[in-house]
Design a protein around this ligand. Structure first.
Ligand code: UDP
Ligand code: MG
Length: 315
């Protein structure tokens, strides 16, 4: 069996050498061939130089260097495209995905699973962040069509046919957690202890997490759009009923109340709702805009065989 490891790297000069060493140690003998596919996601530090060095020493190490930072999802896609193995494992460069688990993942794959998913516990996470995550998953699973699980991410093994299935999904907005769940196939999940980052720092700011949450909501179906319709209808019904009541009351008692507060409240409430709805619609329109441009997900600058002349030379 030929195994490929896909490793997205963005400014990882601090850990790469150690990563390579540990991975080579842990993968010795778990498959006939173990190929390493590093993707330099437009790093601005010495990552590329290190990758060149690694590729120079290790004949089964390859790298793809992107023209700029395209984000982890795109980097993974480039890596999957490049990987030639019968099975592919995606793992982070920062050693938070323990390479010691790779053997076990291959074993499980050999038992017939197309996806072997590593689920991390939230050990070492800030209390607040795990609480936010928990609530987020409760909410999200009511809205999206596939089941999203907490602690499950890109760290997984995919069989060749699962990789091919992913590569066949051309959408520009890639919410990979959802795509993994969407393709299906037989999968198995096992738990592991979350390791702390060995060096360097996390690229996930709070803002980025928030964007991720919105993406996950909107990249699956039009339920939020539907929700906006219901919400709008609800508000309309309430204000309509209230108006009726006001008219009846005025007719019965005869006095016209100033009603300043209620007027303002209604304007603000409905105005807010409209903004929300327009925002939801706008998000979808924005997505259509991006999809319709049909731009590539990434551009390759060079690989271990040298600079790229034409993008089409990359497979
Ligand atoms: N990464 C990437 N492009 C990005 C951001 C991150 O390729 O724009 C890589 C990064 O080098 C690492 C992995 O994705 O190998 C996970 O990133 P990070 O450790 O920052 O995320 P966390 O572990 O904190 O979720
Ligand atoms: Mg990390």
């Amino acid at each position: 069996m030929r195994l490929s490891l896909v490793v997205p790297c963005f400014n990882e000069e601090a850990v790469l050498a150690r990563f390579h060493e540990v991975v080579r140690e842990e993968t010795a003998g778990i498959a006939e061939e173990v190929e390493l596919v590093f993707v330099d996601d437009g790093s601005r530090d010495g990552t590329l130089e290190l990758l060149k060095k690694i590729a120079g020493q290790d004949p089964e190490a390859k790298y793809v260097s992107l023209s700029r930072n395209f984000g982890k999802e795109s980097a993974i896609l480039a890596g999957l495209k490049r990987a030639s193995g019968d099975a592919v494992i995606i793992l982070d460069a920062d050693l938070q995905h323990p390479p010691a688990l790779l053997g076990r993942m291959v074993d499980l794959h050999k038992q017939g699973f197309d996806q072997v998913i590593a689920q991390r516990d939230r050990e070492g996470d800030k209390k607040f962040r795990s609480l936010v995550s928990k609530t987020y998953y409760k909410l999200i699973n009511r809205l999206v069509d596939v089941e999203l699980v907490d602690g499950v991410g890109d760290f997984r093994l995919l069989s060749r046919r699962a990789v091919d299935a992913l590569l066949e999904m051309p959408e520009y907005n890639r919410f990979s957690k959802g795509l993994f769940a969407w393709i299906g196939f037989d999968s198995v999940t096992f738990n592991y202890r979350n390791a702390v980052r060995e060096a360097g720092e996390t690229k996930w700011s709070f803002r980025r997490l928030l964007d991720y949450g919105v993406d996950s909501l909107l990249s699956f179906n039009n339920k939020p759009l539907r929700m906006a319709i219901y919400l709008g209808f609800l508000f309309f019904s309430i204000s309509f009923a209230y108006m009726m009541w006001l008219i009846v009351r005025t007719m019965v008692s005869g006095d016209t109340t100033p009603g300043y507060v209620t007027t303002i409240a209604a304007i603000v409430g409905i105005g807010g709702l409209q903004m929300f709805t327009v925002g939801v619609i706008g998000e979808y329109v924005g997505r259509i805009y991006y999809e319709s441009k049909q731009r590539p997900h990434y551009l390759v600058k060079e690989t271990e065989s040298g600079p790229l002349r034409h993008q089409s030379d990359f497979l």
